[in-house]
Design a binder for this molecule. Structure first.
Ligand code: ADP
Length: 264
């Protein structure tokens, strides 16, 4: 009986180590599969615009394009290559985030001020789409990486403008309480079907491929948001009704400021 008592913690420890190893192996296999899928997707997403660029250039070089069509073909080459640049920039951002973005500067940042600047850069796009972009709320400071926080706001607002109707609106709201800073971006645009709501944060996932191509975008915006939020230990909440609109709320813990002071 004594031996059993001595052995039983050991046995249960071995059991839990075995379980841990199993989940680690499962996670590794899952990550490996995701990497493979990502590489396949990237190759496909880059090949499509490149084929179009190459085709247009070939026709132009061969003198196969009527003079009046030359501007149209040139525009096509320009816009497809722009698309590729944005895509490559997003891929670089994601791989940087995957690596933990350890070279980026953490500081006390006012999310409201960052939103003001980000909204200003999006004003022309909002005006072009006929969407009213508004910023409400108040100064709210958290300890974070300003560049990533601005990126989060940019991607959410960009979507609220893109997946909207002329005359619609996109509202950024910033607030805080004792230990949390809240960012929400809401729109009264096209909304997201219920069954796809868990998937839109996946890399390259788009609800409507043809519409997404029309409005531009890479399908990587929300995964960049997800990774940037994770790095800040923030939580993301999505509320959306098809045909009515979407609201995404991100809650950032402020606790890092306290930790930083305590460390000193
Ligand atoms: P994209 O570059 O296609 O915009 P995202 O990762 O930013 O990529 O978003 C993924 C998909 O989620 C979009 O293609 C769109 O179908 C859907 N989506 C994102 N934000 C909204 C929104 N505010 N309203 C409706 N659909 C949205």
């Amino acid at each position: 009986e004594d031996i059993y008592e001595e052995l039983s913690p050991l046995v249960s420890r071995i059991g839990s180590q075995k379980r841990q190893l199993k989940t680690q192996a499962e996670e590794k296999a899952k990550a490996e599969q995701m990497r493979r899928e990502f590489t396949a997707n990237v190759s496909h997403e880059l090949k499509t615009p490149l084929q179009s660029i190459s085709g247009c250039a070939e026709l132009l070089l061969g003198g196969m394009v009527k003079p009046e069509d030359v501007p149209r073909f040139s525009r096509q080459i320009f816009s497809e290559s722009q698309r590729m640049i944005v895509l490559i920039e997003d891929i670089i951002k994601l791989s940087h985030l995957d690596e933990g973005a350890s070279d980026m500067q953490w500081e006390n940042a006012d999310l409201y001020e960052l939103a003001e600047r980000t909204a200003a850069t999006l004003m022309p796009a909002a005006e072009k789409a006929g969407v009213l972009l508004l910023l409400t709320g108040k100064k709210s400071v958290l300890y974070g990486i300003p560049q990533l926080l601005s990126g989060i706001i940019f991607n959410l607002c960009d979507n609220a403008i893109k997946y909207n109707h002329p005359g619609g609106n996109a509202v950024i709201h910033i607030s805080d309480d004792e230990d949390t800073v809240y960012l929400s971006v809401s729109d009264n645009g096209i909304g997201i079907p219920h069954e796809q709501q868990t998937r839109i944060f996946e890399r390259f996932y788009r609800v409507d491929k043809s519409h997404s191509k029309e409005v531009g975008g890479t399908g990587l915006g929300l995964s960049i948001v997800k990774h940037s939020a994770k790095l800040h230990h923030a939580e993301i909440r999505l509320q959306s009704t098809l045909g009515k609109g979407t609201k995404i709320t991100i809650s950032f813990p402020k606790r890092h400021i306290v930790q930083l002071l305590a460390d000193k």
